[in-house]
Design a protein around this ligand. Structure first.
Ligand code: SF4
Length: 437
């Protein structure tokens, strides 16, 4: 299944689309079609967020999952978010508010149109698995005002001490068992069946194994993947609406075979301009990307031979590479453990440990932080993290700034300059190391 199955035009060139890309595209399109067909099918909808999403549980109630961050990203990539952000500011939302939120609010004000051109359905329930970012709570307060629908809050204790305890798991399981499940049963009209949940969890774990396999191929030289720009595509099904499905299992099987083939051929990552040239720099990246200029941003890396071998952003919906898998033998406990472990719920020292370890494990040249203007959850403490990681690893770090889906905060010239200086810094460090050897 690794043979490219079709071609599409990108930047005036024909590029090959692999089986996994085709599969993912079809999955996303089908999902949006299911959502916008709700007026005809009568299906019920649960809006929820990526970090801590309980997709397996949601599926037990035949609810369709709608993820507002994914919709904001789609609007960013399609260059629609800028106007939506302005619209939200006109309504009164401050410039400092997370631009995912403003893109979502602006989209609703402008007709609430999904990527397939049809109207998004109103949610029947807002399920907030709160995992460390306060914005999630305020965002759903706004949606609740708009839709007047039920809201369920699952509180995840923050991992302030760098670990979770049996008490934390118990506290969460109690909420899931006594609050979340009964409310979802009532709203959906479907009785909870724990064996159905076990089946979905079993499927999740299969896909999670393959995702980790793919992400860890970046330890090879050259890396056959870009674990940030490319990684965003790879995490899509598991972080989105497909965990627990056969579609996700199939997608990751295709992807794994494709990446294995690239690695065996000694190839680097596929970029929007085709195969990347010689790998010159290996980076670990902290922070989300910019989506309004995604390709331009990525090009600044691959034009210089820079590949991202590990990133924290691809852990925002689950830190599977550190060993977590959804476990069908402990169905409710595993949902609790999943929410506790996601990146946004990890303390700064835990983030520092993780990124420092990545620099060693992936034999990277250094750390790059993309600080997102409107995402406090990621940005708070990043300078401190950078200094500490530099000190511990002895590797150079750099800091750039942009925004998620607000095009006003993407300054191409600034970012390019900083990246060029950073690559020079890496070269100087290499020369100094050679001289010292
Ligand atoms: S984690 Fe950042 S991007 Fe996500 S909702 Fe919170 S502030 Fe917004």
């Amino acid at each position: 299944m690794t043979t490219p199955v079709s071609t599409a035009k990108t930047s005036g060139k024909e590029v090959e689309k692999d089986a996994s890309m085709q599969k993912q595209k079809a999955m996303m399109a089908a999902h949006y079609d299911r959502l916008t067909a709700v007026p005809e099918t009568g299906a019920k909808v649960c809006n929820t967020f990526v970090p801590g999403n309980l997709n397996e549980l949601i599926k037990c109630f035949d609810l369709l999952n709608n993820l507002p961050e994914i919709n904001a990203i789609q609007n960013g990539l399609r260059r629609l978010s800028g106007n939506f952000v302005l619209e939200a500011e006109k309504i009164g939302h401050s410039e400092d508010v997370c631009t995912y939120v403003k893109s979502d609010i602006g989209m609703m004000a402008k007709g609430n149109i999904a990527p397939n051109g049809k109207k998004f359905p109103a949610p029947d329930v807002l399920l907030l698995s709160y995992t460390g970012c306060f914005t999630f709570m305020k965002w759903f307060e706004l949606l609740r005002e708009q839709y007047k629908c039920e809201t369920i809050m699952l509180h995840t204790p923050y991992m302030g001490d760098g670990k979770f305890t049996p008490n934390m798991i118990e506290y969460m399981v109690k909420q899931i068992r006594d609050e979340v499940i009964p409310k979802l049963e009532r709203i959906s009209g479907v009785k909870f069946d724990i064996d159905r949940l076990r089946e979905y969890l079993k499927k999740s774990a299969v896909a999670e194994d393959d995702l980790v396999y793919v992400l860890e191929t970046a330890k090879s030289r050259p890396s056959p993947i870009d674990a940030y720009f490319g990684g965003i595509y790879y995490i899509g099904p598991i972080f989105g609406a497909f965990r627990g499905t056969d579609d996700a299992i199939e997608y990751y099987r295709f992807l794994r075979a494709e990446i294995d083939e690239r690695r065996a051929a000694g190839k680097g990552p596929v970029t929007p301009d085709g195969d990347m040239g010689t790998e010159k720099y290996r980076l670990v990246v902290e922070g989300p990307p910019n989506y309004t200029h995604f390709r331009q941003f990525w090009k600044m890396f691959y034009d210089e031979g820079a590949v991202v071998v590990a990133s924290s952003y691809t852990k925002v919906g689950g830190v599977y590479d550190l060993g977590f898998r959804h476990n069908p033998d402990k169905p409710l406990e595993t949902l609790a453990e999943y929410c506790l472990g996601v990146y946004t719920n990890r303390s700064l020292p835990m983030r520092i440990d993780m990124l420092t370890q990545y620099l060693t494990d992936y034999d990277a040249d250094g750390l790059l932080i993309n600080s997102i203007k409107s995402c406090n959850s990621f940005s708070a403490g990043q300078l401190l993290m950078m200094r500490e990681i530099e000190k511990r690893s002895g590797k150079p770090a750099a800091f750039i700034e942009s925004d998620l889906v607000d095009p006003r905060y993407f300054s191409a010239a600034n970012i390019k300059n900083r990246l060029e200086s950073y690559f020079q810094m890496i070269e100087q460090r290499r020369a100094a190391n050679r001289a010292a050897a």
